[in-house]
Write a protein that binds this ligand. Structure first.
Ligand SMILES: C[S@@+](CC[C@H](N)C(=O)[O-])C[C@H]1O[C@@H](n2cnc3c(N)ncnc32)[C@H](O)[C@@H]1O
Length: 363
């Protein structure tokens, strides 16, 4: 493969995966050249402008050391799905399953099916590791936050092993919630955990947060109401040889009563309903506990009109911060906001927002 000079950012190797996620989820990484590493650093070739990358890195991690350089990279010449189809379907890859998330507008179902089959064939041709192509057949719904999928091509299954941040997760897309686009968020939260902490993951799913934070925490309590999620969570503990996670199956509204004042850190990844279960989180929190709160917030202005995307993000973040602060204080606790960020776009004018806050004892 030819070697080309490319503008890149150099970061310490131990932060490489985290920074790669951060830049990749914002479309700031070049895909036509291969990132590389030496014994101390990772070199990530950039698509975005220096100022833009700088802002993202400083915003996410003020202590991160990085340097902009021009370096040699190996060019990647490969067939692309877009090149084969003439249009770009949206899809994400979970393990060896490609999930088509959006296709161009079609006149009817028959045409849509045909377009989906063409897209699936192109994905299978380009991604040699993909063995199944599915598309979403329903919205995420219900207490278990699951959805149905339609298999378009390849093997007839929805179970796979997904690798993320050096961990392996056995998942079944239909039986328990899993989102591959939260990899950076899980790395970010894990990096904040200090030795000796007891962490409660209130909505653990197949264990994605719980298992990653367990590497640094003393003890993790992982709760979920979905028996299938619990089954995968137990298998993922074995798969990753993690032994400091206690698994509790059931409704956290009941289980929190047994866990009063136990947590140094609580993860609340249930964006639509976290507010309703804030009381249970506060019940489990020690004085000084850090809460990682996730909420879906609209970026539409009060009159229902559209706002510019950067304004929309600010608005959504502000709404999540005020919701959390108001809720915590209404229960008589102090709330110090440590950080707030957009995690991902949820709908055309709505975002999932993460707010980290320190909870003080009852005022
Ligand atoms: C959005 S998923 C998050 C899963 C996981 N944290 C992840 O990032 O992959 C929310 C999870 O909360 C669980 N859940 C919903 N309500 C619950 C409740 N009241 N008690 C315990 N778990 C609950 C669902 O079964 C689901 O697995």
């Amino acid at each position: 493969m030819p070697v080309v000079k490319a503008f890149c950012v150099r970061v310490p190797k131990r932060r490489g995966e985290e920074v790669r996620w951060l830049l990749s989820e914002r479309g700031l990484l070049r895909r036509d050249v291969r990132a590389r590493a030496d014994s101390n650093f990772v070199y990530l070739p950039l698509e975005g402008l220096k100022e833009e990358v700088e802002k993202v890195l400083k915003g996410a991690s003020p202590a991160l050391e990085f340097e902009f350089l021009i370096e040699d990279f190996e060019a990647v010449r490969r067939e692309t799905v877009e090149g084969l189809l003439g249009f770009r379907p949206s899809y994400e890859v979970v393990g060896d399953i490609a999930v088509i998330t959006a296709l161009p507008l079609c006149d009817d179902e028959a045409e849509e099916r045909q377009v989906a089959e063409r897209a699936a064939a192109a994905i299978l041709k380009v991604h040699k590791n993909v063995k199944v192509v599915v598309r979403r057949a329903s919205a995420v719904s219900g207490v278990y936050r699951t959805r149905r999928f339609e298999i378009i091509a390849g093997e007839r299954r929805t179970e796979t092993v997904h690798k993320e941040n050096g961990f392996k997760f056995l998942v079944d897309l239909e039986r328990a919630y899993f989102n591959p686009r939260l990899g950076y968020e899980r790395a970010r939260v894990s990096a904040l955990v200090k030795g000796g902490e007891t962490v409660v993951d209130m909505f653990a799913g197949v264990g994605t947060f719980a298992i990653q934070v367990a590497r640094r925490a003393a003890r993790v309590i992982a709760i979920d109401i979905n028996p299938d999620a619990i089954c995968y969570l137990r298998r993922n503990l074995e798969l990753n040889k993690v032994t400091n996670v206690e698994v509790l199956e059931g409704d956290v509204r009941e289980l929190s009563k047994r866990l009063r004042g136990i947590a140094d850190r609580i993860i609340m990844n249930l964006p639509h309903d976290a507010f309703a279960l804030l009381e249970n989180a506060l019940e489990m929190a020690k004085d000084g506990c850090v809460l990682h709160y996730y909420a879906v917030k609209s970026a539409v202005d009060a009159g229902g009109g559209k706002v510019r995307s950067s304004e929309g993000v600010r608005k959504a973040i502000g709404a999540a911060v005020e919701e959390l602060r108001g809720g915590v204080e209404a229960h008589g606790f102090r709330c110090e906001i440590l950080n707030a960020r957009r995690v991902k776009q949820y709908a055309p004018h709505a975002y999932i927002v993460a707010v980290d806050a320190k909870i003080g004892g009852r005022a």
